[in-house]
Design a protein around this ligand. Structure first.
Ligand code: AP5
Length: 215
């Protein structure tokens, strides 16, 4: 199965992807996670991405397209794309690579959340730097405050989750990413999900929709 998860920052893409990959046995390919790993490893790509990420802007398309097409090639059993494509140029780059490989996307899942719900989600987010598990100080608490449930160690707050950068990320989303849904309108089945509900209800709606669309 090949899926694309779209939605604004804080829509719950990462949270829902973790559940989708457990159910369907596919790979989670998050452009944000890959970029953060590149930064942590001090690679050229990580260094180039740094200033864009810290301000809430998008990393240039050519860097992202190469990075994600490379990741897709390493996921032959299927994947869910999280945070990519984020511009129409990236969507076109993905289409080109898919058609060269004779592959297609099975469905687009669009998570819809009003801007008003986003800020508290982002500022309350905590994540595990080791396994990537995402928590929230109110909505999805770890069993022990500040520690990953899987025993990895202390949770951290992302540096781009400050109110100022979150507002920039939302602006970037509306200006550059929202159009990607329109790009896919007549290409692939689109599952539109109300993601302004409890996390388990969002998951249930996604699974129900995918059963109808993909099987
Ligand atoms: P990226 O890491 O992709 O960030 P994002 O898209 O802004 O999304 P987030 O990871 O912040 O949110 P999410 O939707 O995954 O929500 P989550 O599940 O964590 O990108 C970071 C940066 O990298 C970009 O700004 C850019 O610079 C660069 N970049 C990445 N991809 C790029 C690309 N393709 N092109 C160019 N640049 C790129 O949930 C958030 C919180 O809310 C959590 O605490 C969670 O517990 C909670 N929560 C989740 N669901 C619910 C719910 N239903 N109700 C209540 N709380 C909830």
């Amino acid at each position: 199965m090949r899926l694309i998860l779209l939605g604004p920052p804080g829509a719950g893409k990462g949270t829902q992807c973790k559940r989708i990959i457990e159910k369907y046995g596919i790979t989670h390919l998050s452009s944000g996670d890959i970029l953060r790993a590149e930064r942590a490893a001090g690679t050229e790509l990580g260094k180039k991405a740094q200033s864009y990420m810290d301000s809430g802007a998008l990393v240039p398309d050519d860097l992202i397209i190469d990075m994600m097409i490379g990741a897709i090639k390493n996921a032959p059993a299927g994947y869910v794309l999280d945070g990519f494509p984020r511009t129409v140029v990236q969507a076109e780059g993905l289409d080109k690579a898919l058609s060269q490989a004779g592959e297609k996307i099975d469905a687009i899942v669009e998570l819809q959340v009003p801007d008003s719900a986003i800020l508290s989600r982002m500022t309350g987010r905590r994540s595990c730097p080791v396994c990537g598990q995402v928590y929230h100080i109110e909505n999805l608490k770890p069993k022990v405050e500040g520690r990953c449930d899987k025993g990895c160690g202390p949770l951290v707050q992302r540096p781009d989750d400050t109110p100022e950068v979150v507002m920039n990320r939302l602006k970037t989303y509306h200006e550059q990413t929202a159009a990607v849904v329109g790009y896919y309108q007549d290409k692939y089945p689109i599952l539109t999900i109300n993601a302004d509900q409890q996390i388990d209800k969002v998951t249930a709606d996604i699974f129900k929709g995918l059963e109808t669309l993909v099987h």
